[in-house]
Design a protein around this ligand. Structure first.
Ligand code: ZN
Ligand code: ZN
Ligand code: ZN
Length: 378
């Protein structure tokens, strides 16, 4: 059966079957008898099914010895069959409102002693699974699924590249939206529309942090009115039809933000560039963090760089590998992550510059190609 999910996908049954195979293999090595995956990025990664996370149980069951199946509420069987699952030769087991879906999952793992549940499974489901299989030990699946998800193949990188290009097109239009007298919220609404019209299917976050609000890294939108001389942090991202995410920060200013700010921005610009220049396979994540942090430190901005340098990205905006101080984790080709140092001066202003990059065989490719300079809107 062919599936219909709005738009043509880069990914087909062979991709999902290969991923399921890899997870089953890794589970076996981890001493796990079955892997249980509820709606979320893991389920979509493994089957292409972008299922709704609701109170009823939807659960992919991957026995390490035996065939995978998915338990879904009866009312979602058609949705499951309209997804790439239809081409995976994977039984879709419908459960009626009166059925015990947890017992159905337990039936699929009759001899299991140890199971692994996906890291984002709701606690209510984890506990009900425990009640259905009281003698079975539960582990987290993340420790063996994340290493698979963080090694992206050429098609996943192509998906991240188109996500990056889409968010770049949004940033290219941001200067036209920034004007003294407009609020962050008004600008944010316009940006959200552009995130969709440039090709994303969801708006994941819109940060427009003007003036002193820029000092809060995860500020989103407020009713603050932009003023002449404001520096504005614009950090935005969305999810593309195939499930891959964008995330990019650029800095803008309404007229001149002042000499001190410009000097500090230049220090940040160099810190971000140095981290990008160091990033490549074989380098520890902690060394990339250090490249940015030491440069900011050397210029008196180290104390104001209050977060890690980056996070992995793929079907989630934040996933492994994380780029943080002291991390000995060594990067490999196919790993995608952000490089986003910043400085945050409480009550005054802040700045951040962020690109998503992917490790190639011997360097990195940036998914974001907009210039890194401060964009001054006159
Ligand atoms: Zn963040
Ligand atoms: Zn980010
Ligand atoms: Zn960001």
């Amino acid at each position: 059966m062919a599936y219909v999910q709005g738009m043509a996908s880069l990914f087909g049954p062979d991709d999902f079957l290969a991923r399921l195979h890899r997870v089953r293999h890794a589970a076996l090595e981890a001493g796990v008898d079955g892997v249980l995956v509820t709606p979320g990025a893991d389920l979509r990664y493994l089957t292409g099914y972008d299922a709704k996370a609701l109170e009823r149980l939807t659960c992919l069951v991957i026995p390490t010895h035996g065939d995978a199946a998915i338990v879904v509420p009866n009312l979602e069987v058609l949705a499951a069959l309209a997804s790439p699952i239809a081409d995976l030769d994977l039984p879709v087991i419908g459960c009626g409102e009166g059925d015990d879906a947890y017992a159905r999952v337990a039936d699929l793992l009759p001899k299991a002693a140890v199971i692994a549940v996906d890291d984002h499974m709701w606690a209510s489901k984890v506990l009900r699974l425990k009640a259905a299989m009281p003698s079975v030990e539960q582990l987290l699946a993340g420790p063996f699924i994340e290493p698979i998800r963080m090694r992206k193949d050429a098609r996943e990188i192509a998906a991240l590249r188109s996500a990056g290009a889409a968010i770049d097109r949004v940033h290219a239009q941001v200067p036209g939206l920034l004007r003294a007298g407009r609020t962050e919220r008004e600008i944010g609404r316009d940006i959200a529309e552009l995130i969709i019209s440039e090709g994303h299917v969801t708006v994941d976050f819109v940060i427009v942090a003007s003036g002193p609000n820029g000092a809060s890294p995860h500020h989103d939108l407020s009713d603050r009115v932009l003023q002449q001389g404001d520096a504005v942090v614009v950090d935005i991202g969305g999810t593309m039809p195939d499930g891959y995410c964008s995330d990019c920060t650029r800095m803008y200013a309404l007229g001149s933000p002042g000499e001190e700010y410009l000097e500090k921005f230049d220090i940040l610009y160099d810190a971000q560039r140095q981290a990008r220049e160091l990033a490549r396979p074989g380098v520890a994540a902690g060394a990339i963090d250090a490249a940015a942090r030491e440069h900011l430190d050397a210029h008196g901005l180290g104390e104001q760089f209050i977060h890690r340098t980056g996070h992995g990205i793929g079907m989630q905006t934040h996933e492994e590998p994380y780029i943080f101080q002291g991390s000995a984790f060594v990067l490999e080709p196919g790993m995608a992550f952000s490089i986003e140092p910043g400085f945050y001066d409480e009550g005054r202003f802040g700045a951040r510059i962020e690109d998503i990059v992917v490790c190639t065989a011997d360097g990195i490719e940036s998914m974001n190609l907009q210039p890194h300079e401060l964009v001054v809107v006159e």
